[in-house]
Design a protein around this ligand. Structure first.
Ligand code: HEM
Ligand code: HEM
Length: 172
């Protein structure tokens, strides 16, 4: 398993633990429900989306039969995703906290949101190019073939049909 796959899976589990802890705190102390947006994004962007990122980086190259287009971009994505979500959670908490100027919370929230979005764009580009079998980042495969493995695959052997297999047994 690649480093960034493990890191996404572990980050997802850590965000789940933090997100449900805030959920229980909100349930036990209804006044804290004003932090709902932090809870929502810890769970949906932190747990759900990061679990999908990790699984997709592992599975899609295998499903498509093409190596990941850029492992370096996936590592950058991980850092953007963690810093971005941490910024978003901080921004949502600051926005809900009385006395904090709106400009401050907005800069933190928008900064975190932009980083999270940048990571998501990197993910989309990386897997899009992987599915297309573009080859290592910036290096199209020799000969211009977009799906080298598919093109190189030998024809499957023709298996006997079930009728052909069954008929000798019937005659015996
Ligand atoms: C131990 C687990 C959890 C507890 C105790 C919990 C608790 C809560 C509470 C008390 C609220 C309502 C806050 C309010 O009054 O506005 C809430 C909202 C919400 N929670 Fe959780 N939560 C848990 C897990 C999760 C998970 C795992 C997810 C998503 C994967 C999630 C998604 C949401 C969403 C989307 C809302 C907002 C719903 C809305 O917009 O009204 N929660 N949660
Ligand atoms: C770059 C990533 C994201 C950014 C910057 C972002 C930003 C926001 C903001 C600013 C709000 C609050 C709107 C308001 O003031 O009421 C919001 C609400 C919400 N977001 Fe996100 N979001 C992101 C990703 C996601 C993802 C991936 C999910 C789900 C998988 C999600 C689910 C929600 C939900 C359910 C709400 C409504 C919560 C409620 O009102 O209880 N967001 N988002």
């Amino acid at each position: 398993m690649e480093w960034f796959v493990r890191a996404f899976l572990k980050a997802s589990l850590a965000w789940l633990a933090l997100g449900v802890t805030l959920g229980v705190a909100m349930a036990a102390h209804p006044a804290w429900a004003l932090y709902r947006l932090a809870h929502v994004h810890m769970n949906l962007l932190g747990f759900v989306t990061m679990m999908i990122y990790g699984i997709a980086y592992h599975v899609i190259p295998r499903f498509s039969g093409h190596p990941l287009w850029s492992r370096r971009l996936a590592v950058h994505h991980w850092w953007c995703a963690q810093a971005g979500l941490a910024g978003m959670v901080t921004g949502f908490v600051l926005r809900a906290t009385p006395g904090v100027p709106t400009e401050v919370s907005t800069v933190v929230l928008a900064g975190g949101g932009a980083l999270s979005a940048a990571g998501a764009y990197a993910f989309a580009l990386n897997l899009w190019r992987t599915i297309d079998g573009v080859g290592a980042a910036g290096k199209p495969p020799a000969g211009g073939a977009r799906r080298p493995r598919e093109r190189a695959a030998p024809a499957l052997p023709v298996l006997p049909s079930s009728a052909a297999v069954a008929s000798p047994a019937r005659g015996a």
